[in-house]
Design a protein around this ligand. Structure first.
Ligand SMILES: Cc1cc2nc3c(=O)[nH]c(=O)nc-3n(C[C@H](O)[C@H](O)[C@H](O)COP(=O)(O)OP(=O)(O)OC[C@H]3O[C@@H](n4cnc5c(N)ncnc54)[C@H](O)[C@@H]3O)c2cc1C
Length: 409
């Protein structure tokens, strides 16, 4: 078996497979090592709800046949209120989506090694020159990319992207049939992706219902087990929280779980540290790239994959290739400028949002219904005026508590 490539990627998730797609299309000799077996792929890594938007579908030429259901609105719910906004979206069949990315990159020339569990980087003179897999297997490349998601064996060993356990968000989801999507007293969730802010079901996080056609939906919860979680938690496991929601929300009365359709996973919500070093780049959830506020990680991860492909092209195109940390750091620049701009501000907004109590969520949604329909989109993009419109004088104690909490006093 060959052991030398232009680029070797660990992990065939949306980030790794997309990066292989872009690099193979540019003619780079690319190999992807994936820990799962080809026959079962994706199994444990079939973890995502797969909610996405036309910007991702069109931006990365994703075919409609990996979509379970197209949606036309996004709904935010609190214990007693809801806010609905028209917004085209798509709920992907995540397994089909992953298989498509792999098949398409193979067609473009990328090679895949399944059953290949990457364990550590191989370095020479301080530069990454390859990776070790399945014990003593070795593969060498001009550039090595870690796209293994939160596992991050290479990035961790190299001190790139310092993933901290206290920033790890965990998520669990079932696919259900028999869901009442237009129940009295609730928003009509037909053709909608709904996120619910309610500490009763997701302390310090959110829960969701994404319509997947007829009376079926993906229903899940996620949260970070940090101080906000401790404040609202009721000694349940994540499975216990999802069960609690299913047992107490009338929309789930008489629903049945679709066999074999449950998804579980994690992602880190934190400011990334270093993103690359000599001969090495970390992408997707390894960084982590997932949007802190709403957990959108697919589009973000694929954009980081594209930024990595651009950086590789920049390093390997010259007659005398240069994969030094300085040259490869074009990736870091692109990441901060185009992949996840304003990450600091979004992290702050996220921490503040999940810090607030249920009653404040009700107030927030009443405000959104009262204000200009674009307020949420603008606040979401970090527009200070829009954010200010959503704050009240009565928030001063909350903001003070939040500031003290951040300062650790
Ligand atoms: C419950 C849940 C729901 C979510 N819902 C949404 C959503 O609706 N919309 C959205 O945009 N995002 C969502 N996300 C986030 C999104 O799924 C992730 O951000 C995205 O999958 C990250 O892609 P990735 O390629 O970086 O990593 P991953 O998807 O984690 O892929 C990593 C790949 O690497 C492989 N691997 C791991 N370790 C090794 C190793 N040692 N050697 C070789 N291969 C390895 C894995 O098997 C996997 O194939 C959700 C996440 C969770 C957990």
């Amino acid at each position: 078996m060959r052991d030398r490539f232009d680029v070797a990627i660990a992990g065939a998730g949306p980030a790794g497979a997309q990066c292989a797609r872009d690099l193979a299309a540019r003619g780079y000799d690319t190999v992807v090592l994936e820990t799962e077996s080809e026959a079962e792929f994706p199994r444990q890594s079939n973890k995502s709800t797969g909610g996405t938007f036309p910007s991702m579908m069109a931006g990365f030429s994703i075919p409609d046949d990996v979509v379970m259901h197209f949606t036309d609105s996004v709904v935010i719910e609190s214990p007693t209120q809801y806010f609905a906004q028209e917004q085209a979206g798509a709920v992907l069949e995540f397994a089909d989506f992953k298989k498509f990315l792999v098949a398409d990159s193979q067609e473009k020339g990328a090679e895949y090694w399944f059953d290949a569990r990457v364990s550590k980087p191989i370095t020479e003179g301080g530069s990454v020159v390859g990776m070790q897999y399945n014990g003593d297997g070795e593969v060498y490349a001009d550039v090595v990319i870690d796209a293994t998601g939160p596992a991050a064996p290479l990035a961790k060993a190299l001190g790139v992207s310092d993933l901290k356990h206290k920033n790890q968000a965990i998520g669990l989801e079932y696919e259900l049939e028999g869901v009442d999507l237009d129940a009295p007293g609730y928003a009509d969730l037909t053709d909608a992706m709904m996120l619910r802010l309610d500490h009763e079901y997701a302390p310090g996080g959110y829960s969701w219902i994404f319509h997947t056609g007829a009376d079926t939906a993906k229903v899940g919860v996620c949260y970070i087990q940090n101080e906000t979680y401790q404040q609202y938690a009721k000694n349940r496991t994540i499975d216990g929280y999802l069960e609690h929601w299913l047992e107490t929300d009338p929309r789930f009365e008489g629903t049945e779980r679709i066999e074999g359709k449950h998804h579980r996973g994690s992602a880190h919500v934190q400011q990334p540290g270093k993103l690359s070093t000599d001969g090495f780049i970390a992408i997707g959830d390894t960084v982590p790239t997932v949007d802190p506020l709403w957990g959108e990680g697919i589009h973000q991860g694929m954009r980081s994959a594209r930024a990595a492909a651009i950086a590789v092209d920049h390093c390997l195109t010259p007659d005398d290739p240069d994969t030094s940390a300085e040259n490869i750091s074009l990736y870091d620049t692109l990441w901060h400028r185009e992949v996840a701009p304003k990450m600091d501000a979004r992290l702050l907004m996220t921490q503040l949002l999940y810090f607030a109590a249920n009653e404040r969520y009700d107030e927030l949604l009443s405000d959104l219904n009262r204000l200009d329909p674009d307020t949420l989109s603008k606040a979401n993009q970090g527009n200070k005026l829009a954010i200010a419109k959503l704050l009240h004088l009565t928030d001063i104690p909350l903001l003070t508590r939040f500031a003290r909490h951040r300062l650790g006093v």
